[in-house]
Design a protein around this ligand. Structure first.
Ligand code: TYD
Ligand code: MG
Length: 458
């Protein structure tokens, strides 16, 4: 049965449609923004009417200038976190924080929630994994139990939305974790992709319509993906990964996706018995076990997919009693080591034929990119000569058989990471060597013994 056309009221600020006039828009909280719109057709009650078309509003692109820089943000004051989010949580946006179970996601977000709540923001922390008492215990351990964060132990999205609809509109809602959520709108069991997707959708819709920022916590599977719902990554505005090395206390918050800021930022923390501590000078922590003054060690500024990783390469070059000297490699390619040794012998006059050569990548890490050639060469020459490389220098660049140093991708990202980690120098391919002709032509791109000596002496 066709319904009679009915007048509706459109908020001129956020575009939300209302059936009745009100002084204040429910959606954006603005006053006197509702205007009668007589052209809209029947918006009645019942689920079917929810799906009927609503009039949108086209805006000029130019009128949006500066929206990204001006995106209204909620700044936690935890600078490593704010750096990773690109300057704070963006109102009306959804952020996914992924990481291994037990890495410290709940700890980080509890600390962020406490910091924001004590600034006067309304923060709701919804936990589907822990009881309110457990969250309180963690907060006590973190020394933030007195802050006015609102806690809820819920897993049903409709219940959650009803819970947070009480009182003032929240500034930030944390949902820990997305895998525990379920919605009445989907039939499948909680934890399934359908449920996770439908729940995330409902929450993202809530964020967009109310202007609250939401943070979804997601556990990562062994393959390094947000368990099950990789799809959530595509739905949200930002994705942060919380990572840590086994046996170490440091944690890295890495930006993988960000619609409102750069994606090459990291935040560094240290897990202590009182929660996460920001790390001002991460290089100390990262390469803490490194003996910077020992010969044979070079720091390689590498890339792990789209992520920069700094790792130490250790070489030991020792006189060999054997006719055929030994070559042993852990964490790198054997053939590549032979190649670098051959290039050093042929083009730089550095002799290894009477020496055993051992190469190790620190921390049990494996490097697969050829960009490590230069760092390996530097470590080898350093060990052979017994001269330590400068402690504040990183190395990257591919070495060709002709002895030229070839450029590698993401040089800026590597340098940025190195700088962030406290390094001030870099030995890298010349900026001009963009193509192979440039790289192969004799010139300053060549890897000469004098330059290697230079690397060692610097
Ligand atoms: P948690 O935040 O619960 O991890 P996630 O939410 O990512 O699963 O952190 C769990 C680990 O952190 C746990 O092994 C205990 C440790 N931890 C500390 O070392 N110090 C602390 O102050 C807290 C709260 C946790
Ligand atoms: Mg947790």
């Amino acid at each position: 049965m066709a319904k009679a056309p009915r007048t509706q009221f459109i908020c001129q600020n956020c575009g939300a449609a209302h059936q009745r006039w009100a002084g204040k828009c429910d959606s954006c909280g603005e006053w006197n923004t509702l205007i009668e719109d007589g052209t809209a057709s029947g918006i009645g009650a019942g689920p079917a009417s929810l799906r009927s078309s609503r009039k949108g509003r086209a805006v000029a692109l130019t009128s949006l200038a500066g929206d990204i820089e001006d995106a209204p943000r909620i700044i936690s004051g935890i600078s490593e976190l704010d750096r990773a989010t690109g300057g704070g949580f963006v109102r009306g946006s959804a952020l996914l924080v992924g990481g291994d179970p037990g890495i410290g996601k709940s700890t980080l977000l509890t600390q962020a929630a406490a910091a924001l709540a004590s600034q006067g923001h309304r923060i709701v922390y919804v936990s589907g994994e822990e009881a309110v008492a457990q969250i309180r215990l963690r907060a006590q351990r973190l020394g933030v139990a007195h802050t006015p964060v609102e806690l809820a132990a819920e897993t049903n999205v409709e219940d959650i939305l009803a819970t947070i609809a009480d009182g003032k509109r929240p500034d930030l809602v944390i949902l820990d974790s997305i895998q525990t959520l379920w919605t009445d709108l989907a039939d499948s069991a909680p934890g399934t992709v359908t449920q996770v997707r439908a729940s995330a959708q409902a929450l993202i819709r809530y964020a967009k319509s109310t202007g609250a920022a939401i943070v979804l916590v997601g556990h990562v599977t062994k393959e390094g993906q947000i368990a099950g719902p990789r799809v959530v990554e595509h739905m949200v505005d930002g994705v942060l990964y919380f990572e840590g090395e086994g046996g170490h206390h440091y944690r890295i918050l890495r930006t993988v996706k960000n619609r409102f800021g750069p994606t090459d930022e990291i935040g560094v923390f240290e897990m202590s018995d009182k929660g996460l501590r920001e790390v001002d000078n991460p290089s100390e922590l990262f390469l803490g076990e490194r003996h910077a003054k020992a010969p044979g060690a070079a720091v390689f500024a590498g890339m792990e997919g789209t992520r920069p990783v700094l790792v130490e390469i250790q070489a030991l070059v020792a006189p060999s009693p054997l006719g055929t000297p030994r070559r042993a490699v852990v964490g790198w390619d054997n053939a590549r080591l032979s190649m670098v040794l051959a290039v050093l012998e042929a083009h730089c006059g550095v002799r290894f034929s009477q020496h055993d050569v051992y190469l190790n990548v620190a921390g049990g890490y494996r490097i697969s990119e050829p960009g490590a050639d230069l760092a390996v060469a530097a470590a080898l020459v350093s060990s052979l000569t017994g001269l330590a490389l400068p402690a504040d220098c990183v190395y990257f660049g591919e070495i060709s058989l002709s002895g030229a140093i070839r450029p590698v991708a993401h040089a800026q990202q590597r340098l940025k990471e190195a700088e962030k980690l406290g390094f001030s120098k870099a030995a890298l391919p010349p900026a001009g060597a963009r193509n192979s002709e440039d790289a192969d032509s004799p010139g300053e791109n060549y890897f000469r013994p004098s330059e290697l000596a230079d690397l060692v002496a610097r």
